[in-house]
Write a protein that binds this ligand. Structure first.
Ligand code: THU
Length: 157
């Protein structure tokens, strides 16, 4: 028997201004995407933006439904939209941000969205970099789904 530990490495930036321009633009696209959220039930607006291998940015926002489970998170809206429109382009990065009571706020992908990120890493054979907006305007960067969803399901089908 052996007890083991897992360390998760990530980076935090003090503000959007500290990010390289391409990454700052991705987070700004996610911030703009909060405006298209349809969240009449939770009133919590989420914006996401996916950057593809050629630099194309695809936006997504949460889309709620009166039958609650039929709604979808911003991250999956963006990832599925990107894959449906540009199936030949790998997903390089994803940015996510919340908007609530008039201000941008923290958001981090739920388990189901992490699983979908994992699928696109498998599909395209590259790690996806995630940028999360944190309270106070800090930005967290995490490289690769192995740091978000350790011991991911794998199957040899
Ligand atoms: N939501 C997202 O869009 N992304 C997340 O990372 C977590 C939650 C949405 C789902 C729902 O529309 C609202 O936020 C409140 O949970």
């Amino acid at each position: 028997m052996e007890n083991k530990q897992l360390m998760i490495e990530y980076t935090e930036y003090d503000s959007l201004q500290e990010l390289p321009e391409t990454d700052r633009r991705l987070m700004e696209a996610a911030m703009e995407a909060t405006e298209s959220a349809y969240a009449p039930y939770s009133h919590f607006h989420v914006g996401a933006a996916v950057r593809l291998a050629d630099g194309t940015i695809v936006r997504g926002s949460n889309q709620e439904n009166i039958a609650y489970p039929s709604g979808l998170c911003a991250e999956r809206t963006a990832l599925f939209g990107a894959s449906a429109q540009y199936p030949q382009l790998a997903v390089e990065a994803l940015a996510v941000v919340g908007f609530h009571e008039g201000a941008f706020t923290e958001a981090s992908p739920c388990g189901a969205c992490r699983q979908v990120m994992s699928e696109y890493e498998l599909r395209y054979g590259n790690e996806i970099t995630l940028f999360c907006y944190l309270s106070g305007g800090r930005i967290r960067k995490i490289c690769g789904v192995k740091r978000l969803l350790p011991f991911t399901f794998e199957a040899k089908l």
